[in-house]
Design a protein around this ligand. Structure first.
Ligand SMILES: C[S@@+](CC[C@H](N)C(=O)[O-])C[C@H]1O[C@@H](n2cnc3c(N)ncnc32)[C@H](O)[C@@H]1O
Length: 385
């Protein structure tokens, strides 16, 4: 049985301490040390897929391809339908000059995720005479939001129908930024984390309808009821603000249902992840960490409340999005209205930079097994890069 997702390690445990040491060794490029520590950690926690994957990645860096393949096979025994693992295992075979074995894994990945660009690229690579590993190129940076003439009137019409009861939602200026960003980026999917009344959902639906009508909005909230008034169901404002939208919309609520949303989102290519959930540190960073495995270079994150403590001084403690947004690397840009409370960050595929930023930022905070696993995954991606 995999460890319970919500198990909170309120005191240092051996496994967490070992994983910390492994991260430090990985960071210093001390691969044999990282390998030994991961092996120790796995004796205690043999069912943690990410530990096997991290070990596979370390062995690959050490060019011990048979050991790397074995580690990824164990990870795949635990999660046979994990496309990311299938790709990583295929990359090891490619590095070892075994395109036939890589092809078998990639064909399995292609059956699970037919739209995955990297799987198609790797399969193409397998057909080339000297097959070797491939990294997807980053898209050209696009111009910052608020720089083009985008008609805001349809969004203003939707916002006028915002229920008086709605609280804690995006402002008109935030909506303008989100609308402009969608108009410029034209995503295939928006994954919204943090819905409450659903004012932002209604805005996103209208914006997609105009600029990306093929797209879908998948929204997730940890609670089925509004945090400020239990008598309202989460998302109730959508019916009031934009009842006849023509965009595919799936609202998922309930603790532990993030994975369900992620499964839906992973079927799409061009992704915009809108994060507006718990703003206390370190939750925005955790929301980013737990959605990083969805994105490809060029995809966008948009964070709400990146200036909340300055915008509303009573919320000084809700500085998680602000802290995170400050430390994220380029390319990022934010709204130009006086509050400057919403910001975009374009993921460029630099896992190494994110690993360094997030592991340092999260270090002083309590860590759950689920977060630990996500960090180990990121460490593996950083090593691969
Ligand atoms: C600020 S409100 C969202 C406002 C909404 N985006 C809008 O503009 O209308 C934050 C919401 O995030 C939800 N939330 C808190 N922690 C969460 C988590 N870990 N995952 C998903 N939703 C979460 C809360 O239940 C709350 O409904």
């Amino acid at each position: 049985m995999p460890p319970a997702e919500d198990t909170l390690l309120t005191q240092p445990t051996i496994i967490a301490a070992l994983a910390d040491q492994a991260f430090d060794s990985l960071n210093r490029g001390e691969l044999p040390e990282a390998r030994d520590i991961l092996l120790q950690a796995m004796e205690l926690e043999p069912q943690l897929t990410q530990l096997h994957a991290a070990l596979g990645s370390v062995y690959c860096q050490l060019q011990d391809y048979p050991a790397s393949t074995e580690a990824f096979s164990r990870a795949l025994e635990l999660e046979p339908e994990n496309v990311d693992l299938l790709k990583q295992a295929a990359l090891v075979h490619l590095a070892a000059g075994q395109p036939a074995a890589a092809t078998t894994l990639l064909q399995q990945a292609a059956r699970l995720e037919p739209a995955d660009r990297q799987v198609a690229e790797l399969l193409q690579r397998c057909r080339e005479p000297a097959a070797k590993s491939v990294v997807s190129p980053a898209r050209e940076p696009e111009k910052g939001a608020n720089s083009g003439p985008v008609d805001f009137q349809p969004i203003a019409d939707v916002l006028r129908r915002r229920p008086a009861s709605a609280k804690g939602c995006i402002s008109d200026d935030d909506a303008k930024f989100i609308h402009t960003t969608i108009a410029e980026f034209r995503p295939d999917v928006v994954f919204e984390i943090g819905v409450a009344s659903g004012v932002s959902s209604a805005v996103i639906l209208k914006s997609l309808e105009i600029h990306a009508p093929h797209a879908a909005l998948i929204s997730y909230d940890i609670s089925p009821r509004c945090y400020y008034d239990n008598s309202f169901a989460v998302g109730y404002a959508v019916a009031a603000m934009h009842p006849e939208h023509r965009v595919r919309f799936q609202l998922i609520t309930g603790n532990g249902k993030l994975a369900q949303g992620k499964r839906l989102v992973s079927a799409f290519r061009r992704k915009l992840i809108f994060i507006d959930a718990n703003h206390n540190p370190p939750y925005p960073a955790l929301d980013l960490l737990h959605t990083l495995d969805l994105v490809s270079p060029g995809d966008l994150f948009v964070f709400h409340d990146v200036n909340l403590p300055n915008a509303i001084p009573e919320f000084a403690y809700s500085c998680g999005a602000m802290e995170l947004y400050e430390i994220l690397p380029q390319t990022k840009w934010h709204s130009q209205d006086p509050l400057k409370n919403v910001g975009a960050y374009r993921f460029d595929g630099n896992y190494q930079a994110l690993w360094q930023i997030l592991s340092r930022y999260l270090a002083p905070h309590k860590i759950t097994q689920e977060n630990l696993a996500a960090l180990v995954w990121l460490a593996g991606k950083a090593r691969q890069a």
